[in-house]
Design a protein around this ligand. Structure first.
Ligand code: SF4
Length: 471
């Protein structure tokens, strides 16, 4: 039996090194016990040191590495063993599709991403000290081990102010230069009032939209940590009073009519920001480092009444200079395919998952770089606000980055294209990005893949036509 003791709950590197050595030496999952410091007296080294360096390495897909990095942050004590079982099967070329372990690992990763999203949304700093001695402190109770993973986001977002995020597990601190991590503390040690309090309350009340109230959305475990806890109850009560007024009361007495797709845009267009206002806000976004080297924010474009929203990856070189999405070679390819599928681009809202151009300079050329998961996640706020403003009947995700942003998880394109996916009440179609077609090496593959792309868009067009007819 090999007992592996990892340094801490988020020790991905420790897990990776041990798992690799175990797998290369043919140690079966049943012969390994995983624990973290404090769980056993044995050291991590004693778990694998007796194993020789195996001569042959093996590779795993990048998606598995991403999945492992996320799932390891889950609080489930079995996660290390589960991930090793998956690695073991991957090494034996086992097909993981339909595997119950992979389903559980994906569920863990999703829960971790949700927890990070909530941390990003809910952390609110309180000011301690004044002027030159000011320090900003926030309290959060994460459901999973997300503090270290989320800290870089706050370091980018609040780079100019020294802050600490305190949690029962770990505390993250930023001194303007580097993030440091210390052990967790008790909530009673956290200050709970400051001179910014009233401003925050006013700010939150102003943001609150009663028409978008969804009481079931957030597990109640999170409610106690909401910085604006004291104002939430009155806001909800007000919203309930407004939505139980005469309009709803009269509707309730009518026989139930299924909502038709064409009814929804008009009813829903009454909420959400205007695209012009969002574009203005996003122009100053500094939520991730991509703004630093890009020329400008490239926001979405198209009518606010659009039934279809197309989401690409990020602006390219031409888009970055023009400040408009899909105006380069991939945009021309997209225009042609939309036309063949019978979709009028003028009636479509077009945007990107990431709004700033990510590139590496090579002489005079700027080489496109794929956005990383933290950048996609940081920029998702803009996609969500565009979605709330446009309220399309259908979202088409073009490529893996767009699919990850739209569906909130890594989604393989080939396995998910060709049919509509229901996600959070929105119909989603996943297909390739037109730039993929441009990169294909031979003419035959290009023609074939282009036709598949057009066929995917025809699915979107057909569904919209049927919905309109049904309405
Ligand atoms: S890429 Fe998105 S999140 Fe990052 S700075 Fe630009 S707009 Fe903000």
């Amino acid at each position: 039996m090999h007992i592996i003791r990892l340094d801490n709950d988020t020790d991905f590197e420790g897990w990776r090194k041990a798992a690799r050595r175990l797998a290369l030496n043919g140690v079966k999952p049943a012969d390994v016990t995983w624990t973290v410091r404090g769980g056993t007296e044995l050291s991590a080294a004693s778990g694998v040191d007796d194993l020789p360096d195996a001569p042959h390495a093996f590779n795993v897909p990048a998606t598995f590495v991403e999945l492992t990095k996320a799932a390891i942050l889950h609080r489930n004590g079995e996660r290390f063993a589960l991930l090793y079982r998956l690695l073991w099967r991957l090494r034996s070329h086992h097909d993981l599709a339909g595997d119950s372990d992979i389903a559980e690992a994906n569920a863990m990763a999703r829960a971790v991403y949700r927890d990070m999203d909530r941390m990003i949304a809910q952390v609110r700093f309180r000011e301690i000290g004044r002027e030159r001695n000011a320090h900003y402190v926030a309290w959060f109770e994460p459901e999973h081990h997300v503090v270290e993973a989320a800290a870089p986001f706050f370091a980018n977002r609040f780079a100019d102010m020294p802050w600490s995020i305190l949690t029962p597990d770990l505390c993250a601190h930023w001194d303007g230069h580097a993030v440091s991590i210390t052990s967790g503390i008790d909530k009673s040690e956290v200050p709970n009032e400051d001179r910014l309090e009233e401003a925050w309350r006013r700010h939150t009340s102003g943001l609150f939209d009663p028409a978008r109230l969804k009481l079931m959305e957030m597990p109640q475990a999170y409610w106690r940590n909401l910085p604006d806890d004291s104002i939430i109850k009155p806001l909800i009560e007000d919203a309930m009073r407004m939505t139980s007024g005469p309009f709803i009361a009269n509707k309730a007495s009518e026989p139930h009519q299924p909502q038709q797709p064409q009814d929804r845009p008009m009813a829903r267009k009454t909420t959400g920001d205007s695209i012009a206002a969002l574009r203005e806000d996003a122009a100053g976004c500094r939520a991730c480092p991509l703004w630093k080297n890009a020329t400008q924010t490239v926001f979405g474009e198209g009518p606010q009444t659009a039934s279809i929203m197309l989401v690409g990856e990020q602006p390219g070189d031409k888009e970055d200079l023009a400040g408009k999405p899909f105006v380069g070679p991939a945009g021309l390819m997209l225009d042609r395919a939309l036309d063949e599928a019978g979709i009028d681009r003028g009636k479509v809202y077009v945007t990107n998952a990431v709004k700033h151009f990510k590139f590496v300079p090579r002489g005079k050329v700027r080489l496109h770089q794929k956005p990383a998961t933290p950048e996609i996640r940081a920029c998702r706020q803009w996609y969500e606000r565009e979605l709330a403003a446009i309220k399309p009947d259908l979202v088409v995700a073009l490529g893996a980055t767009a699919a990850q942003s739209v569906l909130g998880k890594i989604t393989p394109i080939n396995r998910n294209r060709g049919h509509l996916i229901e996600h959070d009440g929105t119909k989603v179609l996943v297909t390739v990005h037109p730039s993929y077609l441009l990169r294909l090496p031979d003419r035959e593959a290009k023609t074939l893949e282009y036709q598949r792309f057009v066929n995917d868009l025809k699915i979107a067009a057909g569904w919209l036509r049927r919905s309109a007819r049904a309405a």
